[in-house]
Design a protein around this ligand. Structure first.
Ligand SMILES: C[S@@+](CC[C@H](N)C(=O)[O-])C[C@H]1O[C@@H](n2cnc3c(N)ncnc32)[C@H](O)[C@@H]1O
Ligand code: SF4
Length: 357
């Protein structure tokens, strides 16, 4: 399905405490206990996808923690690449990292020439140490700057095709004055090294060149989201950067959900414990579908219960899905689109399951 992506949380532990992230929220239930995804569970998930012929446009190897902390990150990354290359299970493989743990082994696994596109978002969010500390909660600015610069230089020196590098800056009230300096820092380094680079806002454009990427902040309330969107539009305009149509128009954010949310079709999310849900916002697993420790992924995601949810949500019925009823994301910039053709195609697959129910 176009725009589909499977999210797998390698860990909910983190080396930072960004103020905009659930990691920094005192007492947040998603972080009440922490740990790492069992590599056997990941292998089982890949085996199941290969056996069932299932696949996604993208595999996203993180959720609410720092994925490079996983002790077996390199093995998991290579396993994902093999599935993509040998079985077309994923059209691309993507990871976001804060860059604190970009050591030798991880850099080596990440820099490769495998026949599958790979993207590494480096969540940096600041151009100076004081702002870094204010946004990221822990001062690892110098270390991260060093790690990232080393990776960029090494990619250029080795000629490794992957990963595509995305220098990411989430624009908020606490860092917006550094948009220009951040752009100059990473665009400048790439240009100095002769590495193709461009600057983008809102969406990462297709291609293989490096991107200095300004992204919209996801906020907890519709009011905060509107204020944040306005700041984002103003800063991007000052940089002369085009925005995707919806953000440029300044569309109002509605806290009442009447759209068919693409999550139920396109974006399964697996927590580090193997719990499956359908939205990266569902960090309390309110819409839990089941556990990969009990059933294969394919039986849950393409099974009768999820087919029933899709049928109801397609008609705008979010009964029993309280999280969705108060969500405004289906119309925000950070969300994947869902068209009628995709709904109809999946409905044709789901129909026999619903008849058997
Ligand atoms: C939760 S982090 C986990 C991966 C890794 N630790 C990192 O920071 O890149 C995943 C992505 O979500 C982004 N993120 C976190 N909180 C956000 C928010 N409130 N709005 C928009 N993006 C957010 C991060 O910048 C990162 O790109
Ligand atoms: S580095 Fe990533 S996971 Fe950690 S607190 Fe920041 S956004 Fe959250």
């Amino acid at each position: 399905m176009p725009g589909s992506y499977l999210v797998v949380e390698l860990t909910n532990r983190c080396s930072l405490k960004c103020v905009h992230c659930s990691v920094a929220e005192a007492g947040h239930a998603h972080h009440a206990s922490t740990g790492y995804l069992d590599p056997a569970l990941f292998d089982g998930l890949i085996d199941d996808l290969v056996a069932s012929g299932g696949g996604f446009d993208a595999l996203i190897l993180f959720w609410l923690g720092e994925p490079l902390l996983h002790p077996h990150f390199t093995a998991l990354w290579r396993r994902a690449l093999r599935a993509a290359v040998q079985h077309q299970t994923f059209g691309k493989v993507e990871v976001h990292s804060n860059g604190t743990h970009l050591g030798e082994a991880r850099a080596q696994a990440l820099l490769n020439a495998a026949a599958v596109p790979q993207v590494l978002h480096l969540s940096l969010d600041a151009a100076t140490q004081p702002t870094y500390l204010a946004v990221k909660g822990i001062d690892r600015f110098a270390l991260v700057e060093r790690n990232v610069e080393e990776l960029v230089r090494r990619k250029q020196a080795t000629g490794a095709r992957w990963p595509r590098l995305v220098f990411q800056f989430i624009v908020g009230a606490n860092n917006h004055t550094e948009v220009g300096a951040f752009r100059a820092r990473w665009e400048g380094l790439c240009r100095d090294l002769g590495m193709p680079v461009r600057v983008a806002a809102g969406h990462v454009p297709p291609g293989e060149d490096a991107v200095v990427f300004f992204r919209q902040l996801d906020c907890p309330t519709a009011e905060e989201q509107e204020a944040s969107n306005a700041l984002f539009r103003a800063e991007m305009a000052a940089q002369g950067l085009d925005l995707p149509a919806r953000a440029a128009e300044g569309e109002r954010v509605a806290a009442e959900n009447r759209c068919a949310c693409s999550g139920f079709w396109k974006s399964p999310v697996v927590s580090w414990l193997g719990e499956l849900t359908s939205c990266t916002r569902d960090n309390l697993l309110e819409n839990r579908i089941g556990s990969l420790r009990d059933q294969p992924f394919s039986a849950l995601w393409w099974g009768a219960d999820q087919a029933g949810r899709r049928q109801r949500v397609a008609g705008g019925d979010y009964a029993g899905l309280a999280l969705c009823q108060r969500c405004f994301i289906p119309r925000s910039l950070n969300h994947s689109d869902l068209d009628e053709a995709s709904i109809a195609r999946q409905a044709a697959h789901d129909a026999p399951l619903l008849e058997m129910k």
